[in-house]
Design a protein around this ligand. Structure first.
Ligand code: ASP
Length: 612
């Protein structure tokens, strides 16, 4: 990559270049001063080249090199030379050669950096990293991850273009689209009193692009949700957003699967995909087997229904749960039979935090272990029955069965959280493996007791499975008067989520594409005809002009990049992320604004609530 300021990058020089006179530009990665000889490691994005400055060969360059420090920016001119035998550096691509400097120009000097750039493993305070993000980005770990993210986005673009998708940009100043989070809003100066919302996703726009006949759309779309932040959330994030026309659920899933395989291979070719084709679970199966709708399939430790095993055992908690229509579910923690009282108390605490009322345990002694079966219910149900229950939970000799009794779903979810925790502690998941899994057939609605209406569990624009369309009825007979007894509560959405290693990578659905059906669904979700007109008139009207059946999906690009580079926080794959309180520490945002700017917008800010 020759430019006016360099002939080669710092990764290019090889023994075949020996004898060439060239210029290199870059940062001083390391400097060793041996008096007569000064060694400089010159670094750019591409690599490192060793520069040798000899006081006799090049006295002027040596004088300059004496004054340079780490992170100075230099242009070095010199001759490529093969290194003396025994002094090669196998770790560098350029390790067999060096640049013998004849002239050095200082392009920029540098203050002492707040942390060392050339130590990839250094532990650096998070706030300092974020304040000096451009320096953190100069370090090898973030360079590597940001480049991997770049390859991810490039691969996404390439496969979509090759498959006939058209990339369309949609606006950021839009009307609020409810996606279940709070909007960021932008006041309008030209229309005082009115606001735009930043998109939580391009949902309505991409559907309108289908009405427009675009057939296959994708976008690397920035989305904004004003939510409390966690490891996999930021106020603004990036989605691969796509929509396709004349498709049913298997078409979208097949495309996304093909695309995900190609993209994973382009970004992380060394990481095997656990199962091809991707396994597909119904939401019910996912909950019953893993207690979660984004299961980590890199390890087993599945949940087992213990109703048959515990029935009639005479253990009150189990009997009560089953009598009330609830569930008794268990799993087997491999090799944990010797768990101490303290460890079991700890697991019980975890289960309670996860929503369980308590945790029943049975330990089956391993071969050669002293003592017999132990557990919290052994006395109550007898050794034989306890052993049978543990076996039904999947436990063998040396394992620890953990059991939760509670309402349906609640019981599985609590135990599912324990499964995730144990999987981590016991290191059951192979960190190299990519375990993609589809989950579909989610319930379309969940009852919102506070507002006395149905709410979409995922996306308000989703359609429901054809055989469940008859369920979109209310007991009252009036679609605008929903109640928790409505058959609608049993309708399954044409919604599919893609999970990867225990994270929700994304989700999408086949949409209702007629005004009548979408409007009926909105009614169940408590939107009166007037509200529908106010909030959704655009898309409802568009559906009167011939909308093709369509569906799509959105995948989290930040999450994908984090998973492909082994990170647990999406901050680690974002160039300029925010803190958990939503601050940009580098540019100092959010920040107060001049009163005049507010006045122009017709805004007055309420006094700040006292901190405390
Ligand atoms: N708009 C949805 C989301 O952002 C994805 C989709 O249904 O396509 O989660």
């Amino acid at each position: 990559m020759k430019t006016s300021l360099r002939d080669l990058t710092c990764a290019d020089a090889r023994t075949t270049d020996a004898g060439r006179t060239v210029s290199l530009s870059g940062w001083v990665h390391r400097r060793r001063d041996l008096g007569q000889l000064i060694f400089l490691d010159l670094r750019d994005r591409y690599g490192i080249t060793q520069v040798v400055v000899d006081a006799q060969e090049a006295p002027d360059a040596h004088a300059v090199a004496s004054g340079v420090r780490s992170e100075f920016v230099l242009r070095v001119t010199g001759t490529i030379a093969t290194r003396l035998a025994g002094t090669e550096n196998a770790k560098l691509a350029t390790g067999e050669v060096e640049l013998r400097a004849s002239a050095i120009a200082i392009l920029s000097s540098a203050r002492t950096t707040p942390f060392v750039i050339n130590e990839p493993d250094a532990e650096i305070d998070e706030a300092v990293r974020l304040h000096y993000r451009y320096l953190d980005l100069r370090r090898e770990p973030l360079q590597r991850r940001i480049l991997a993210r770049g390859r991810l986005v490039q691969a996404i673009r390439e496969v979509h273009h090759a498959a006939g998708f058209v990339e369309v940009e949609t606006p950021l100043l839009i009307k609020s689209t409810p996606e279940g989070a709070r909007d960021f809003i932008v006041p309008s100066r030209l229309q005082p009193g009115n606001v735009y919302a930043l998109p939580q996703s391009p949902q309505q726009m991409k559907q309108l692009l289908m009405v427009a006949g675009m057939d296959r759309y994708f976008q690397i779309a920035r989305c904004f949700r004003d939510e409390d932040l966690r490891g996999d959330r930021q106020p603004e994030f990036t989605q691969l957003d796509l929509e396709m026309s004349f498709v049913a659920e298997p078409d979208v899933m097949a495309w996304v699967e093909e695309m995900a395989i190609a993209v994973s291979g382009a970004v992380a070719p060394e990481r095997p995909i656990l199962q091809l084709p991707f396994p597909v679970l119904t939401w019910r199966e996912a909950i019953d087997r893993y207690g979660i709708d984004k299961p980590d399939l890199r390890f087993g430790m599945e949940l087992h229904d213990l109703a048959d095993a515990v029935r009639g055992a005479g253990f009150g908690i189990f009997d009560e749960a089953l009598a009330a229509g609830g569930r008794v579910v268990g799993l087997a923690a491999p090799g944990m039979a010797a768990a101490t009282r303290k460890e079991i108390d700890e697991l019980t605490e975890l289960a309670k935090k996860a929503g369980a009322k308590g945790l029943v345990w049975i330990a089956l002694p391993g071969p050669g272990a002293e003592g017999g079966i132990r557990g919290s219910i052994v006395k109550a149900v007898g050794e034989e029955r306890a052993a049978a229950i543990a076996a039904a939970a999947g436990a063998g000799a040396g394992d620890l069965a953990l059991i939760v009794a509670d309402r349906d779903i609640h019981a599985q979810e609590a135990l599912g959280k324990l499964r995730v925790e144990l999987g981590g502690r016991l290191r059951l998941a192979d960190p190299r493996v990519l375990a993609y899994v589809w989950v579909h057939q989610f319930p379309m609605y969940q009852w919102d007791e506070e507002n006395k209406r149905w709410d979409a569990t995922h996306n308000p624009f989703s359609g429901v499975m054809a055989e469940d369309e008859v369920l979109l009825e209310t007991v009252s007979g009036d679609p605008y008067r929903p109640s928790p007894e409505d058959p609608a509560g049993r309708a399954r959405a044409l919604q599919y989520d893609l999970a990867l290693n225990g994270w929700e990578l994304g989700g999408g659905s086949i949409r209702f594409h007629t005004r009548e059906k979408l409007s009926r669904s909105f009614a169940l979700m408590g939107h009166s005809p007037e509200q529908q007109e106010a909030k959704f008139s655009g898309i409802l009207e568009a559906f009167e002009f011939g909308a093709p059946p369509h569906g799509g999906i959105a995948l989290g690009v930040d999450r994908w990049a984090a998973l492909l580079t082994d990170q647990t926080n999406i901050r680690e794959v974002m160039a300029f992320p925010k803190t958990s309180s939503g601050s940009d520490l580098m540019l100092d945002a959010p920040s107060p604004v001049e009163p005049a700017q507010l006045a122009e917008l017709g805004l007055a800010l309420a006094p700040r609530p006292a901190k405390g």
